[in-house]
Design a binder for this molecule. Structure first.
Ligand code: NAD
Length: 334
């Protein structure tokens, strides 16, 4: 943004963009583009995530924190603040609550307050979709879903747009949630089957894991050659969704290597010495064409989607801009 635009933004005041407006204006294509662009910028060292703060506040069992960063390529500066309030379910509220705050990188002035709950789900789904677009075999036909919670339907909808899938198979530790995925498949006209984990590994060409697991749910020997796996659930120290041997056998890609090795799926393979940091490639390098990505049809590719603050800022900035263009943002002066 140049100086004239920034003066303009300051005259406009602060844009307030509600959850409902975000849902109205940010669809899967907008989220995909925003996330793909920011992953590319990160790999060019043109966008940086700042250290994440996440603390138990000693009240309401809540975990609260900040994810912040600066995207110099997109001129987006800000912070997503929020966390996890387990008691919210009894209040008819989503357990994960977040708000994105955007600042003008030229002046530091507050630019926008954007609801972050819906955007978190679409940006997380966009991350695995970007990985599928760039790393999965072109002829992938069967999508395997592991996990059937809140994020899973967003993941499913974004994934099926990336390849010509003919069938969706799924497994979840709580099978009673699976009808949620079956309903989306019915709406999309895709056959759906609940399977056991071994069958899922044997049949799926692309697998998404999106659970809160703390132990491996998929073993290396169950996964067939040529599979692409997007591990999306592990975003905290101690969480785990797949066998560390699978990371040793696969070509591993991620949103950000520093998060992958510390809070992502790779933390376990790193801790047991099966792989090192240098074995993990930023997916942005594949997007930028500085890494070839998948090398052959037999290779297993694994995307460790840890969730970075810049993803949140990218979709929130797109939401704020579109809302302002369409006259949907509420403008206030501080
Ligand atoms: P949710 O609570 O709605 O669903 C949780 C899912 O995990 C369900 O499929 C449930 O059956 C399963 N599950 C619960 N406890 C389990 C256990 N002990 N072992 C194995 N599976 C278990 O949660 P959600 O909003 O769908 O989020 C799923 C996961 O994705 C969470 O771990 C969340 O932190 C993570 N997440 C990651 C990102 C990212 O950017 N990578 C973004 C948002 C959420």
């Amino acid at each position: 943004m140049d100086g004239a635009d920034s003066a303009n933004a300051s005259e406009q005041g602060v844009a307030i963009v509600s959850e409902a407006i975000c849902e109205e204006i940010i669809g899967r294509p907008e989220a995909f583009t925003a996330v793909e662009n920011v992953f590319a910028a990160m790999a060019r060292d043109n966008a940086y995530n700042f250290p994440v703060v996440r603390e138990a506040i000693g009240h309401a069992d809540a975990l609260y924190g900040f994810k912040s960063g600066f995207d110099r390529a997109g001129m987006v500066l800000g912070v997503k603040s929020g966390g996890y309030w387990p008691g919210n379910v009894d209040k008819n509220l989503t357990n994960h609550q977040s708000t994105v705050i955007l600042f003008d990188p030229d002046t530091g002035q507050l630019k926008a307050l954007v609801g972050g709950n819906y955007l978190t789900a679409v940006r997380t789904a966009a991350a695995s979709a970007v990985s599928i677009a760039h790393l999965a075999r072109k002829d992938a036909k069967v999508l395997g879903m592991v996990g059937a919670g809140h994020q899973s339907t967003f993941q499913l909808r974004a994934a099926v747009e990336q390849r010509d899938f003919e069938k969706v198979i799924a497994w979840n530790p709580h099978p009673e949630y699976l009808p949620r995925l079956a309903a989306v498949c019915e709406e999309l006209g895709l056959p759906f089957e609940a399977v056991d984990r071994e069958q899922l590994g044997a049949e799926a060409d692309v697998i998404i894991t999106i659970t809160s697991a703390f132990e491996p749910l998929l073993m290396k020997d169950w996964i067939k050659p040529g599979t692409h796996i997007a591990c999306m659930g592990t975003d905290t120290a101690g969480k785990q969704e797949v066998d560390p041997q699978l990371l040793a056998a696969a070509s591993v890609f991620t949103d950000e290597v520093a998060q992958s090795v510390s809070i992502g799926e790779a933390q376990h393979a790193i801790a047991s010495g099966l792989i090192s940091d240098s074995d993990i490639t930023s997916v942005g390098e594949v997007i930028n064409g500085t890494h070839p990505g998948r090398r052959n049809e037999q290779e297993i590719t694994l995307f460790d989607g840890t969730g970075v603050g810049l993803q949140d800022l990218a979709v929130a900035s797109a939401a704020a801009e579109l809302a302002q263009q369409k006259g949907l943002a509420k403008q206030i002066s501080l």
